[in-house]
Design a protein around this ligand. Structure first.
Ligand code: URA
Length: 226
């Protein structure tokens, strides 16, 4: 929608009124006066007309440290969700850029900017996600070799990118994968009869969890271009 159309609609006073406000320098777009009513209004543009804020949508980018037991969902009738951990009036605008299983801890990114979330979750982008994994038994060399080669996932009709695997002990490793398939890491280990007993996401692309405490969140500035 153009700025003129938006003003006409939201003031309820029609196109001619919008045109006059624009001509009179009464319209401010993102802190600058604007006279061209044909400019398209973006979702996160801040628009004031005749001193009245008509649109003030703020782009939100949130890093959250999900504790175990909290759902990676925006709403749930029974369980607490990641949104319940953000006690802010705008929390309900947010959606998730990639989920974690209920028992998994670590980094979850939330935003109201769908282009940004898509830039993190689109399979084409191959954004790395790094996890600490603990298993119920020794991780064998065959599993590491298969992860590093890439594995086929029949249900999704896809093949994983070669993963980065650093063995930290017999049954713990740091694993970087480039997809976000449902239960991906658990399924990768299960191919070798191994169960994942704890899983923690440390980073998504250029965004590390760092020392954010469990259950806490913070805002950040996006780095990935939309
Ligand atoms: N892989 C899994 O199996 N579970 C997660 O929560 C994330 C990746």
């Amino acid at each position: 929608m153009t700025i003129a159309q938006f003003i006409a609609k939201h003031t309820g006073r029609g196109k001619r009124h919008a045109k006059k406000l624009l001509e009179d320098g009464e319209v401010i777009l993102n802190d600058h006066p604007i006279s061209d009513g044909k400019t398209e209004l973006g979702k996160f543009d801040h628009l004031i007309a005749a001193g009245e804020t008509l649109q003030a949508n703020t782009a939100r980018y949130i890093l959250l440290h999900k504790p175990a037991g909290i759902l990676s969902a925006t709403k749930d009738p029974v369980h607490k969700t990641v949104i319940d951990l953000i006690v802010e009036p705008w929390a309900s605008e947010l959606h998730l850029a990639g989920r974690l299983d209920r028992a998994t801890t670590g980094l979850v990114i939330l935003t109201n900017d769908s282009k940004f979330s898509e830039s993190l979750t689109s399979p084409i982008r191959k954004v790395p996600k790094t996890y600490l994994v603990e298993t119920d038994q020794t991780i064998p060399p065959e599993a590491i070799a298969a992860f590093r080669t890439g594995m086929s996932f029949e249900k999704e009709d896809t093949r994983s990118q070669p993963a980065i695997v650093n063995l930290l002990s017999d049954n713990t490793c740091r694993l970087t994968i480039y997809e976000g398939l449902h239960h991906q890491i658990k399924r990768m280990f299960l191919r070798f009869g191994i169960r994942v007993i704890s899983l923690h996401r440390e980073s998504i692309g250029p965004y590390p969890l760092e020392n954010l405490e469990q259950g806490r969140w913070k805002s950040f500035e996006p780095k990935i271009s939309n």
